[in-house]
Design a protein around this ligand. Structure first.
Ligand code: ADP
Length: 540
């Protein structure tokens, strides 16, 4: 017997409609590319998203067509999130930090029909235009006064096409499994692969973000997503924020510590989210200037492991709580979040930090398990370490156009490529990426553990740990580190510090100091580049 409840499709348009009715005066504040701060409400955003949907229809965009964006976090990008998906087309966000070759590959593979972009990306698009096979027109996300001189063909001004329409537009009803957005993984090996989100997956994921044991976004928050909208839908923040009417504060192109801090203070931001690299810049700025946060209470750290020293600094020096979370492009991205349980009430500060180093418990909707070399399921004892598999309604079931076959098994388990433990309480802890783990004499050394300890050494700004070949042990760890400005730290200082927490066989065989480490398009360390560079490195 079937239940007798309404079978209403879960659609992205319903989020902005809800925000328009329930939270019409909640604000979306953006630092614009043109310079000034722009400020408007969810009601304005809803209206302009409808105008945009009309403009897209006039351009000939149909349901299922891909519309590309290359833009920072700002209100026009939010309108594209709702307008493009809302009308039934697919919002394809492209990471501007990718190489031109990858940009060409992605746009052609996705077959983007129109391409919307921020002013700084005019030269990049001019350089690749000749190689694009599907784009019919380019839209610069600016107003008439700022339209650039460009040799791009068929170029339009965002404000012109939006302002030419009224907002008399009804969002279409459609199957909730309709594709809504497309995001390519950064592709550290091989070509990038497209993850194709649906309306259903997006709305369910946004709901999970609102749960208290998910992220816990609320109407009382002013949220500053440092995580870019061109990377996994800014972790779903624009959708979750519309759902609860939280104020959104969009940083635009300026991600340095000073700019982020000033915006946080000016807009009384309470919650922020981003990768450790940006928090490193922010913490360096507040430390240097002696500033404090007057409203920031919580920060979500994900994308790479949050180092202990970072969690401690936020908590102890700035009274900011850290929520460590894990996910990936293929998981929308929210997979796990590290909230304490009731039973942890009253544990010591040190134990809180130790627990926060874990990536956390699966949020409802995500199932996880760890498996050994032969696919056998491993126990949840906090010790057994294996490949992490996940499944659920916002986990990818495959890649766009059938790329990357075999990522999902017959039972729907997606292999994350991460190696982890899970403890008795369900807390998952990443020990490494499958390809980064250091295999030394039959034991596995977590490159992440060694990195986290190394950035805790006074005078070290950033560190990468890679495996280098060793005649006896197969592989041994090598630390490649960047010193803080003016610091005098030596190899021996690093080894001495690490000896306090790591076993002897886990200690690096050598420490190399460099001026800078290579980062990929999403700000993560490019260990494959380092491995190639140091493949013949002779350990002492
Ligand atoms: P890519 O897989 O191309 O790097 P993603 O942005 O999807 O792009 O990255 C997902 C990966 O980032 C995860 O599989 C994991 O290795 C890493 N990651 C994400 N969050 C964390 C975290 N909190 N701690 C450690 N690693 C993380």
């Amino acid at each position: 017997m079937l239940g007798l409840m309404q079978n209403k499709s879960l659609l992205i348009s319903s989020l902005i409609e809800h925000a328009e009715k329930q939270y019409r005066d909640s604000e979306i504040v953006s630092r614009t590319i043109e310079g000034p701060i722009h400020r408007y409400t969810y009601a304005d955003c809803a209206k302009r998203s409808r105008q945009l949907a009309k403009a897209l229809t006039k351009l000939g965009v149909q349901q299922g067509d891909r519309v590309g964006t290359m833009a920072f976090n700002g209100y026009r990008h939010v309108e594209l999130y709702f307008g493009v998906s809302g009308m039934g087309a697919v919002c394809h966000t492209v990471n501007p930090r990718l190489s031109p070759e990858h940009v060409i590959y992605i746009l052609n593979h996705a077959e983007d029909k129109f391409f919307f972009f921020d002013l700084p990306f005019v030269p990049l698009l001019e350089a690749v235009e000749d190689k694009l096979t599907s784009v019919k027109g380019f839209v610069v996300m600016t107003d008439k006064a700022h339209m650039p001189q460009t040799k791009l063909k068929n170029v339009m001004c965002y404000e012109d096409i939006v302002n030419a329409e009224d907002d008399d537009y009804q969002w279409p009803d459609m199957d909730e499994n309709t594709a809504s957005a497309l995001c390519y993984t950064s592709g550290t090996t091989g070509n990038p692969k497209g993850v194709l989100y649906s309306h259903r997956s997006t709305v369910l994921h946004a709901l999970a973000g609102l749960t208290v044991d998910g992220i816990g976004y609320s109407n009382k928050d002013a949220i500053l997503p440092v995580v870019p909208m061109f990377h996994v839908n800014a972790w779903g923040i624009p959708y979750s924020s519309a759902m609860c009417g939280a104020k959104m504060v969009m940083p635009g192109a300026l991600m340095d510590g000073k700019s982020i801090y000033e915006l946080m203070e000016m807009e009384q931001v309470t919650l922020s989210a981003g990768v450790p690299t940006v928090w490193m810049m922010l913490l360096a700025y507040v430390k240097e200037t002696g500033k404090k946060f007057s409203s920031m209470r919580r920060t979500v750290i994900g994308g790479s492991a949050a180092p202990r020293s970072m969690i401690e600094t936020f908590r102890n020096d700035y009274n900011v709580d850290v929520l460590h979370a894990w996910g990936m492009t293929e998981t929308s991205p929210l997979g796990t979040a590290c909230h304490l349980k009731k039973k942890h009430e009253g544990i010591s500060e040190e134990d809180i930090v130790t627990l926060s180093l874990k990536q956390g418990r699966a949020v409802y909707g995500v199932e996880m398990k760890i498996v050994g070399m032969n696919g056998e399921e491993l126990p949840w004892d906090g010790k057994a370490c294996g490949n992490l598999l996940v499944r659920g309604p916002w986990i990818a079931s495959g890649y766009f156009k059938g790329e990357g076959k075999g990522a999902v098994d017959a039972d729907g388990w997606f292999d994350t490529g991460d190696v982890s433990t899970i403890d008795e309480d369900g807390y998952m802890q990443i020990t490494d990426r499958d390809k980064d783990v250091i295999k030394s004499g039959g034991e596995w050394i977590s490159s992440i553990d060694v990195e986290n300890e190394t950035v805790g050494v006074p005078g070290i700004a950033e560190a990468a740990v890679i495996a280098v070949p060793h005649p006896k042990w197969d592989e041994r760890p090598l630390v490649i580190a960047v010193k803080q400005k003016g610091a005098n730290v030596t190899k021996q200082d690093v080894i001495d510090h690490l000896s306090k927490t790591l076993a002897k066989w886990q200690l690096p065989d050598d420490v190399v100091f460099v001026d800078a480490l290579p980062h990929g398009a999403t700000g993560k360390l490019l260990k494959n580049v380092l491995r190639a560079e140091y493949k013949d490195y002779k350990l002492p």
